[in-house]
Design a protein around this ligand. Structure first.
Ligand code: SN0
Length: 311
């Protein structure tokens, strides 16, 4: 693997899921693969799971890890040809090349502004790192994608089902803040790529990018959509059409025990309890959120392994 910025960088999804599950059973099998290799992780935004699980994954492979909260470094300039007489002290051209001097892989977290759709969709932060770095890039959640989370979710579904084609429903749920589309986008792409019966439910006004949802069935009737679901993947996102807006916080869309019945409840975390999902669900045996978080390590590990094997 040359990079991991999108789930389509995976050559064979069923195979990588099995490889991740094998790594989980035997995490130190490749502990020499990363010897004298370094991972730099750059964070423009907050992180708990991504930061710890990716560091753990790298260490399981014997890698060294360096972490930079990049907001504490120099303000970066991303535009070409600007006169840098304002806040930005360093251009991405130097920064990406310089960081590449110290490491074998660079992982980047860079959320969208949710203010300017075109700018967010250009993925200028991730793409400029890819363009100017001389080492492979891993996406730790960018403006429009969270491929490590989507791989984790596919691993978790695969562990928890013995059905050939389980029914998976992605449900929007209310949230007080404007959240990105990245987790939903990558989850949708992943579900479209594996053998599941997949649909989406959200209130009117919350349609996601049609280039991503494609012909996935979409319902405005949550109760109807959740009927007979094996997995309910819960996520809030802000409006895509009214870009970055919170249109309403309709509490009727919160995920309750009554709504999900025996289905397995999934969420990428962090989750606002009793706003997005009620306590009864998160505290029940039907919640897979901790297992998902645990699997983040092995999603990151299998990706790092594939990248190391290709260095
Ligand atoms: C991020 C998101 O993309 O939805 C990261 C998820 C992995 N979530 C948040 O920013 C939640 C913030 C909050 O205040 O609840």
């Amino acid at each position: 693997m040359k990079k991991y910025t999108d789930i389509h960088d995976i050559e064979n999804i069923p195979k990588i899921i099995q490889e991740a599950i094998a790594l989980k059973a035997n995490p130190f099998q490749y502990e020499h693969l990363g010897k004298h290799k370094t991972l730099v992780m750059l964070f423009f935004n907050s992180s708990l799971r991504t930061r710890l699980s990716t560091e753990k994954a790298a260490k399981n492979l014997g890698m060294d890890v360096m972490i930079l909260d990049i907001n504490n470094a120099w303000n970066l300039e991303f535009k070409d040809g600007t006169i840098m007489n304002l806040d930005s002290a360093e251009h991405i051209k130097e920064a990406a090349q310089v960081i590449s001097q110290y490491t074998d892989v660079i992982a980047v977290r860079a959320f969208p502004s949710l203010k300017n759709k075109e700018e967010d969709e250009s993925e200028y932060i991730l793409n400029n790192f890819t363009k100017y770095a001389s080492v492979p890039i891993i996406n730790m959640e960018s403006a429009t994608a969270h491929p490590l989370q989507a791989l984790t979710d596919a691993i978790t579904i695969s562990e928890l089902t013995n059905k050939k084609k389980p029914k998976v429903v992605l449900s929007w749920a209310p949230h007080p803040k404007a959240l990105p589309h990245a987790v939903a986008n990558s989850f949708i792409k992943m579900m479209q790529s594996i053998d599941v019966d997949f649909s989406i439910t959200h209130p009117e006004g919350y349609a996601l990018d049609p280039n991503i949802t494609k012909n996935t069935p979409i319902s405005y009737d949550q109760e109807e959509a959740l009927k007979d679901a094996d997995f309910v993947y819960v996520k809030n996102w802000s409006s895509y059409d009214n870009y970055g807006q919170v249109l309403d916080q309709n509490p009727d869309w919160m995920i309750t025990q009554e709504k999900i019945g025996n289905a397995t409840c999934m969420h990428c975390l962090p989750v606002r309890r009793n706003m997005v999902i009620e306590d009864a669900v998160l505290d029940s045996d039907n919640s897979a959120v901790i297992q998902q978080a645990g699997n983040r390590t092995f999603a990151a590990q299998v990706v790092l392994k594939k990248i190391l094997e290709n260095l």
